[in-house]
Design a protein around this ligand. Structure first.
Ligand code: NAD
Length: 495
């Protein structure tokens, strides 16, 4: 059993406040306790971030970039250790944990280009002897609130770019798998990033509410479920903060009759059941165009779902690990029960899966529903588990309509061999991230991540050059240097 710390001013700090239990979901054992920050701890973190800001924002962007580059090397060197921490507290496989850290490191690498991204713009002679230029300056102390499903990756999508821009940062990880970011913050210090530039406070809703209403925090990036995203968006905006709040998802995969079936089935299996379906970009609904295609897809999926290798994330052959908590396992099983009550047809039932080796782990098998109708709660709501739904539609137009009518709009995919269909889908679909024969279209670090509709609240998406806009404020300077004396002008100046 270990004690998880906050990380403030370059040091691990334990506190005597309320603690929560942290589980190893693969065995069901309590492995650690994590303290919940109270007001005193939040003030300590904010004070540290405020104190670090003047010096950090004043050093050159190139120097910040060099430290971040060293931080990237340390993340690479420690990737196995970080992945183990994730697997131990989250349950996902080691390979998946490593892949997610790598996607985080990609953004750290992108952040190293900060001197280039902070270049402003300049217009000479906008009026006689008057030049105009725009610069981007940091905001001050920024906050990141992260969900349990990507404890390292999403943190790395936020703070490296924020600090590269000259801000200081407070990270509030999920209380379910809070260890890895403490280690990551320690590596930042080892890389030469000064104490106070990146702080971690552990906590729950109490800590979040203290932070998002704190007068000294300028901007909030948060990722979590839609009700929490809405709460964080509204409250942060009420307190005058810049805010981007990413929410839940229900991602549709449209399969056209001409799709390559083997490729499509392979893609769907990984995207629906990888990480036990606990990904905001997981495929949770197949939209099959035509009844006979739906029958074929189901027939091919059944043996694959039965054959899923379920187990502990650090065992070599495991494809799907446990769910995050007993409570979440029960919630997912409740949705399967609900689907039956609502009249959907349960083709594969994973509710009774039992691990012989780890009987107390939070496991369930994959589930597949057919005959799902649009009014059903299992379709309208996010389940966030290994439960895949099939919806049958008559044609491509119906598929587009159905996806566009859904309240969530995070990711979607289409499988087809027809370029015109693919192009039309990309053009018409009301979803933020679209895959064409790609099941989980998470944008690369130098593009930007973000959903539409109830999957994102705010205007500016995460990572890529959009993040530079989010973490800086624009200042435009107009300068006049002339040897002649100016005289009073009482009309609006024109050029
Ligand atoms: P969650 O909403 O329960 O928690 C997210 C964060 O908010 C955590 O740090 C948590 O401590 C805090 N929090 C929880 N309840 C709160 C409350 N009432 N008030 C203030 N803060 C609160 O989410 P989770 O279960 O950790 O993560 C899964 C969810 O995150 C899913 O809905 C998933 O779709 C979503 N998610 C979205 C994206 C995206 O980019 N859109 C990415 C990953 C996960």
């Amino acid at each position: 059993m270990y004690q998880i710390a906050h990380f403030i001013d370059g040091k691990r700090i334990l506190s005597n406040t309320k603690t929560l239990e942290v589980y190893n979901p693969a065995t069901g054992e309590i492995i650690a306790h994590v303290p919940m920050a109270d007001e005193e701890m939040i003030e300590k973190a904010v004070a540290s971030a405020i104190a670090a800001f003047p010096k950090w924002s004043a050093i050159t962007a190139l120097k910040r970039s060099r430290m971040i580059s060293h931080f990237k090397e340390l993340l690479e060197k420690h990737i196995n250790e970080l992945a183990q921490l994730i697997t131990q507290e989250h349950g996902k496989t080691l390979a998946d944990a490593k892949g997610s850290i790598q996607r985080g490191i990609d953004v750290v690498e992108f952040s190293c280009g900060i001197p280039n991204y902070l270049k402003g713009s300049h217009s000479e002679n906008v009026s006689t002897n008057i030049d105009m230029y725009s610069i981007r300056q940091p905001l001050g102390v920024c906050l990141g609130i992260t969900p349990f499903n990507f404890p390292a990756m999403i943190s790395l999508w936020m703070f490296p770019l924020a600090i590269a821009c000259g801000n200081t940062f407070i990270l509030k990880p999920s209380e379910k798998d809070p260890s890895v970011v403490v280690r990551i913050a320690e590596l930042a210090i080892e890389a030469g990033i000064p104490p106070g530039v990146i702080n971690v406070v552990q906590g729950d809703k109490v800590a979040v509410d203290l932070l998002i209403s704190h007068p000294d925090i300028q901007a909030v990036s948060s990722v979590g479920s839609t009700p929490v995203a809405q709460h964080i968006y509204k409250t942060s905006a009420t307190y005058g903060k810049r805010v981007q709040a990413f929410g839940g998802a229900k991602n549709h995969c449209v399969v056209m009759p001409d799709a390559d079936l083997e490729t499509t089935i392979n893609a769907i299996m990984g995207a629906a059941f990888g990480s036990a379906g606990e990904r905001c970009m997981a495929i949770s609904v197949i939209v099959a165009v035509g009844d006979s295609l739906a029958d074929t897809l189901i027939e091919k999926l059944i043996p694959r779902i039965h054959a899923l290798k379920i187990g502990k994330g650090d065992e070599p052959d495991t494809e799907m690990g446990p769910l995050i908590t007993q409570m979440h396992l029960e919630k997912v099983k409740y949705y399967v029960d609900l689907g039956l009550q609502e009249g959907a047809k349960l083709i594969v039932d994973g509710r009774d899966y039992q691990s012989k080796a780890h009987p107390n782990g939070f496991y369930m098998g994959g589930c597949l529903f057919d005959q799902v109708k649009l009014h059903m709660r299992i379709y309208q709501e996010e389940i966030f588990g290994p439960v895949l739904l099939v919806i049958r539609v008559a044609d491509f137009d119906d598929a587009i309509q159905l996806v566009n009518d859904h309240p969530y709009g995070n990711g979607t995919a289409i499988f087809t061999r027809d370029g015109y269909i693919a192009r039309t889908y990309a053009n018409k679909i009301q979803v933020g991230m679209v895959g064409i024969n790609v099941p989980i279209p998470v944008p690369a670090a130098y593009h930007s991540f973000g959903g539409w509709k109830r999957s994102m609240f705010g205007d500016i998406t995460m990572h890529g050059t959009e993040s530079i806009s989010f973490y800086t404020k624009l200042k435009t300077i107009t300068q006049h240097w002339s040897q002649t004396q100016a005289h009073s002008e009482f009309i609006m100046p024109t050029h």
